[in-house]
Ligand binder design. Structure first.
Ligand SMILES: Cc1ncc(C[n+]2csc(CCOP(=O)(O)OP(=O)(O)O)c2C)c(N)n1
Ligand SMILES: [Mg+2]
Length: 291
């Protein structure tokens, strides 16, 4: 975790400890594996949920929360925190796993996913769960929300950055492109969008449902700085996030090429597991693969 830059904070030393523990590529891979195991266990126990798109975004979220974001799990409302907006809200299991592993709430609570009275509902609720910045689940809205948060930061002369994670299927929504146009128009350069480009959505391959290609040229035409990476490669992701800091006067999008269901053989590139939980036997096989 990147330490807060507020040296007056009593949380800084604790943050620094985590920064050292999770600094290497190998250690990030260990975190990623733990997050994947949580996703399998949570959705398996709940008997519902969205494992595919949670698994594809694991390295993106790990890089952000363990290497990029300035945040304080002990103080989720810290005014100068960087903001992470999960626009593809069905990937809530991933967000919960990340927040729990960072210390926003106990890891043991993850097993309450989707239960009555749990703080961890199928789609995240910012009024219920510490660390959740936006209630999402209705696709297409997160980028618009993120622009508002980024503009508020600019108006208040705050230095935080806003990161919004979108699905590629989500980019079929018209509102995404209205937001894309607005972000470039208002030169929102404290905003980074990440598109989890796993090639699939709820009903299968994007190219069959509603073709998005050439996705990079579309973002470019809308006035964005575009970076493309392997979305499972920590070095490429980290370099991309560092590069975004140098871009001034326009927003940046990172198109992260990923595999839906990444890490579990029978879920990879299998749209069946977009919104279907693994059964008990499948949980066992998946956890074996993720040892
Ligand atoms: C406005 C809206 N329409 C439809 C849905 C139902 N839905 C949930 S996930 C999904 C597919 C999303 O695909 P993508 O953005 O590519 O997500 P990922 O592959 O990362 O899981 C759809 C259509 C929704 N949540 N919101
Ligand atoms: Mg997708």
């Amino acid at each position: 975790m990147r330490p807060s830059e507020d040296t007056n904070s009593s949380e800084t030393s604790a943050d620094n400890v985590k920064a050292e523990v999770f600094s290497s590529d190998e250690e990030l891979k260990t975190v990623a594996k733990r997050l994947r195991r949580h996703i399998i266990n949570m959705t398996g126990k709940a008997g519902s949920g969205h494992p595919g798109g949670s698994l594809s975004s694991v390295e993106i979220a790990t890089t952000l929360y363990w290497k990029v974001l300035r945040h304080r799990p002990a103080n989720p409302q810290w005014i100068d925190r960087d903001r992470f907006i999960l626009s593809k809200g069905h990937a809530a299991p991933l967000l919960y796993a990340v927040l729990a592993e960072c210390g926003y709430f106990p890891v043991a609570e993850l097993t309450t996913l989707r239960q009555m009275d749990s703080r961890l509902q199928g789609h995240a609720d910012r009024t219920a769960t510490p660390g959740v910045e936006m209630s999402s689940g209705s696709l297409g809205q997160g980028l618009s929300f993120a622009i508002g948060v980024a503009l508020a930061g600019r108006l208040n002369t705050q230095s935080y950055c806003v990161y919004a994670l979108l699905g590629d299927g989500e980019c079929d929504e018209g509102q995404v492109w209205e937001a894309a146009m607005a972000a470039a128009h208002f030169k929102v350069d404290n905003l980074v969008a990440i598109v989890d480009n796993n090639g699939q959505q709820i009903d299968g391959w994007n190219c069959d449902v509603m073709n998005l290609e050439p996705l990079n040229k579309k973002w470019e035409a809308f006035g964005w700085h575009v970076i493309e990476v392997d979305g499972h490669d920590f070095t490429q992701l980290l370099n991309a996030f560092e590069q975004t800091k140098l871009v001034k006067g326009q927003p940046t999008v990172i198109i992260a090429h990923t595999v839906k269901g990444k890490g579990v053989s029978f879920m990879e590139n299998n749209a069946d597991f977009h919104g279907k939980a693994p059964n008990a036997a499948e949980v066992e096989i998946a956890l074996k693969e993720l040892e």
